[in-house]
Write a protein that binds this ligand. Structure first.
Ligand code: CND
Ligand code: ZN
Ligand code: ZN
Length: 376
């Protein structure tokens, strides 16, 4: 029996307030309105950005359904939807691409004005949510909300992908892989023969390592306070790994020592801390080095630094979703994966059902997982 046009009751992981675990409850998911798409989620990865909400580092409105790195199948579409149809395999896009706003039109832009990052309104474009729990609204997250069996997104926040793509793997193209890989190739624009330093070797940082390798970097230095991350970083292309806790001097000085006093050509901060953002910037060459902030800054955080650090010529920039225009690029990245142009398997360390989501986050907290994928 078709569920189109009807409310769907399903399981979801709801967070009621910061620093509290997820509760698995039955929610109601309203049908998609005009230009919206209801998706049956098949797999969703756990990303540190979800955890920034739990920890309170990033402020949002509660209750909320987190999750933004998923793959699923279209269940039904609202009026006027043309780019996907029921039955299509899709990836929800936490960074939309409406195709009409100035960043969408500009060749260098990707931060579509329809995004809900930073602002965190937690509602659809008409100001309401499609999720309710016992009749009360539950907010959505990053235009996606994927820790639920069904979600509703705007048409600009979903991309059709190859029907044969394995959801439990390509879900990583919805965030972690694309963000890290793209930050290296699109945002830093890593060049062949260069030296790179990647601060933070989680799922996003390791994808940045893969991006640096694909771009032809000759030295890729992984930086992490958890040495258990080093073997995988080396497997994926890091030529050396350093633990800042092993040194008395600051890590930027260590990296200068390792590069004959020159500093690295490119540094990427993939942690989400202001101290490591500054350390990464001061680790790159003072004249032609480029440093990219990929880690999400905590809400209302600020950095004080001497302008002479960039006056000398350094470039300091940020990167959201790896600089990709999401709706155009995600289907292509999935095709590249299907053609074995890159691998996702080493990033996926754990797979478990939605019911075990709290265990999945525990693995992230204890540094034991890279990506834990929830399968539905
Ligand atoms: P994850 O937590 O898996 O990895 C972070 C790594 O950093 C871990 O291996 C830690 O051990 C390491 N680390 C922590 N503190 C330090 C420190 N002081 N010095 C060195 N290493 C340290 O996170 P992830 O890979 O899922 O995400 C990384 C960041 O990227 C995080 O801030 C997340 O919110 C962000 C992000 C950004 C975007 C984007 O579009 N820019 C999209 N998704 C996630
Ligand atoms: Zn993410
Ligand atoms: Zn747009």
């Amino acid at each position: 029996m078709s569920t189109a046009g009807k409310i769907i009751k399903c399981k979801a992981a709801v967070v009621w307030e910061p620093k509290k675990p997820f509760s698995i409850v039955e929610i109601e998911v309203a049908p998609p309105k005009a230009h919206e798409v209801r998706i049956k989620i098949l797999a969703s990865g756990i990303c540190r950005s979800d955890d920034h909400i739990l920890s309170g580092a990033i402020t949002v409105k509660f209750p909320i359904i987190l999750g933004h790195e998923a793959a699923g199948v279209v269940e039904s579409v609202g009026e006027g939807v043309t780019s996907v149809k029921p039955g299509d395999k899709v990836i929800p896009l936490f960074l939309p691409q409406c195709g009409k706003c100035s960043p969408c039109i500009h060749p260098k832009g990707n931060l579509c004005k329809m995004h809900d990052l930073g602002i965190a309104a937690g509602v659809m474009s008409d100001g309401t949510s499609r999720f309710t729990y016992k009749g009360n609204p539950v907010h959505n997250f990053a235009s996606t909300s994927t820790f639920t069996e069904y979600t509703v997104v705007h048409e600009s926040s979903v991309a059709k992908i190859d029907a044969a793509a394995p959801p439990e793997k390509v879900c990583l193209i919805g965030c972690g892989f694309s963000t890290g890989y793209g930050a290296a190739i699109n945002s830093a624009k890593v060049e062949p023969g260069s030296t790179c330093a990647i601060f933070g070797l989680g799922g996003v940082g390791l994808s940045a390592v893969m991006g640096c390798k694909a771009a032809g970097a000759s030295r890729i230095i992984g930086v992490d306070i958890n040495k258990d991350k080093f073997p995988k970083a080396k497997e994926l292309g890091a030529t050396e790994c350093v633990n800042p806790l092993d040194f008395k001097k600051p890590i930027n000085e260590v990296l200068f020592d390792m590069t004959d006093g020159e500093g690295v050509d490119y540094s990427l901060e993939v942690i989400g801390r202001t101290d490591t953002m500054t350390a990464a910037m001061t680790s790159c060459n003072m004249n032609y080095g480029t440093s990219v902030i990929v880690g999400v800054p905590p809400t209302a955080s600020e950095i004080t630094f001497s302008p002479s650090l960039i006056f000398t010529g350094r470039t300091w920039k940020g990167s959201i979703f790896g600089g990709w225009k999401s709706k155009d690029s995600v289907p292509r990245l999935v095709s590249d994966f299907m053609q074995k142009k890159f691998t996702l398997d080493p990033l996926i360390t754990h797979t478990m059902p939605l019911d075990k989501i709290n265990e999945g986050f525990e693995l992230l907290h204890t540094g034991k997982s890279i990506r834990c994928v929830l399968v539905f």
